[in-house]
Design a protein around this ligand. Structure first.
Ligand SMILES: *[C@@H]1O[C@H](CO)[C@@H](O)[C@H](O)[C@H]1NC(C)=O
Ligand SMILES: *[C@@H]1O[C@H](CO)[C@@H](O)[C@H](O)[C@H]1NC(C)=O
Ligand SMILES: *[C@@H]1O[C@H](CO)[C@@H](O)[C@H](O)[C@H]1NC(C)=O
Ligand SMILES: *[C@@H]1O[C@H](CO)[C@@H](O)[C@H](O)[C@H]1NC(C)=O
Length: 357
């Protein structure tokens, strides 16, 4: 299992799946891959993908909006950085992989695992006993660790940070689990309940990790010891820095770059051309401020573009049995960040660089 082929395949698998889902196929490895790899690889890929989709949702109205280039799960990538944003990418990806494997297991997709019924029959609390099918997170944790953590082949500080953030993601899956119960007793009196633990919605895990992202901890390294070049010394400095980090806390090493501006070498598109939301009725405060955050504070202007949207309306039911509708045309205003005139741009002050609002 721990052969180098296994490792290589997991890298290709996760990268391929997320960057180009269609092009990647398990069949490519049917002749060579170890059996265990083949059993789980499609689930691992699906899990990494769902992690990235959740990342895009959580960062939809942020300057950094989780571009594909953010997926640098492997230390093989020389461009890898260890910013607040990459800490989130690691956590949500590893959470996605664990989540999907666990779900698969409960659905009976794998012969090698089934529900966690280890506590069934025991009293769990007042008026309830363990019973039913608890999601087998231990299984999901074990297999996801094997795939995702195996991508970290280095032994430097960055590798340690990535491994730590992977673990934060897996802990998030566990700590958001919920108890679900079923009533028993005479005619539904519910005098006794059986309960089991189940995974939360993945959205909830995304929300939880987004909060952890906001509170992420910058690792302050002893630069003198790091620079000494002595690997034992720098390992010592790393261990010391980690000493103060809680296991549920995301960790990063470098300050975020200015995500307002395009930076091709970092793979950032900048916020020019991005859509933002203005003055909708039901927007959260976070969404309502998106034009300011993405455009104005990045030295761009907000440009309104009207587009015509055609939809069905005034539908009437005719006896019997058709529904006839009219086609209504509606002008919808959308807002985008656009470059200002050069003269105006001179007076623009860049405020709030980096990721903060
Ligand atoms: C596990 O679940 C994912 C997502 O629901 C699915 O794409 C994948 O095919 C499943 N794996 C197996 C082995 O059934
Ligand atoms: C892109 O980012 C790198 C690293 O932060 C920086 O050195 C470089 O100046 C940036 N390039 C542009 C065009 O901003
Ligand atoms: C507006 O938001 C509230 C609370 O979030 C929700 O109950 C309501 O359905 C929303 N209304 C519309 C029109 O989306
Ligand atoms: C405004 O910008 C232009 C071009 O970028 C520059 O030549 C000019 O000196 C600037 N003016 C001021 C007042 O900064």
């Amino acid at each position: 299992m721990r052969s180098s082929t296994f490792l290589l395949f997991s890298i290709v698998g996760i990268y391929g799946a997320v960057l180009n889902a269609a092009a990647w196929s398990v069949n490519n490895f049917l002749m060579t891959g170890p059996k265990a790899y083949l059993t789980y690889s499609s689930s691992v890929a699906a899990g990494a993908q769902s992690g990235m989709e959740e990342c895009k949702f959580q960062f939809g109205w942020e300057r950094w909006n989780c571009p594909e280039s953010a997926l640098q799960l492997s230390t093989h990538n020389r461009l890898r950085s260890a910013t607040r944003e990459t800490s989130f990418v690691h956590a949500i990806s590893s959470a996605g992989v664990m989540y999907t494997l666990t779900r698969n297991c409960s659905m009976g997709d794998f012969e090698s695992c089934s529900c966690d019924d280890s506590r069934n029959g025991r009293v769990g609390g007042r008026g309830w006993v363990w019973g039913g099918c608890s999601d087998n997170v231990e299984f999901g944790e074990r297999i996801s660790k094997l795939f995702v953590d195996a991508l970290e082949t280095g032994h430097d500080t960055r590798a340690l940070i990535n491994l730590h953030n992977n673990e934060v993601g897996r802990l998030a899956v566990k700590s958001t689990m919920k108890r679900a119960c079923k009533c028993h007793g005479v005619s539904g009196s519910c005098s006794i309940q059986t309960c089991w633990l189940q995974l939360a919605d993945f959205r909830e895990i995304g929300n939880y990790l987004k909060m952890k992202y906001d509170q992420a901890h910058k690792l302050e390294m002893d630069k003198r010891r790091m620079r000494a070049g002595n690997s034992a010394d720098s390992r010592g400095a790393t261990a010391e820095a980690f000493h103060h980090v809680h296991s549920t806390e995301l960790v990063f090493l470098e300050d975020s770059p200015d995500y307002c501006t395009r930076n091709a070498s970092l793979g950032h598109h900048g916020t020019e051309g991005r859509e933002c939301l203005q003055a909708g009725k039901n927007l959260s405060q976070w969404e309502r401020r998106s034009c300011r955050r993405l455009c104005t504070e990045c030295g761009l202007k907000v440009e309104e573009r009207r587009t015509e949207v055609v939809s069905s309306c005034n539908c009437k039911f005719h006896w019997c049995c058709t529904v006839r509708c009219e086609q209504c045309r509606q002008l919808v205003a959308k807002h985008f960040c656009a470059r200002r005139d050069a003269t105006v741009a001179n007076h623009t002050k860049r405020r709030n660089k980096g990721h903060r609002r």
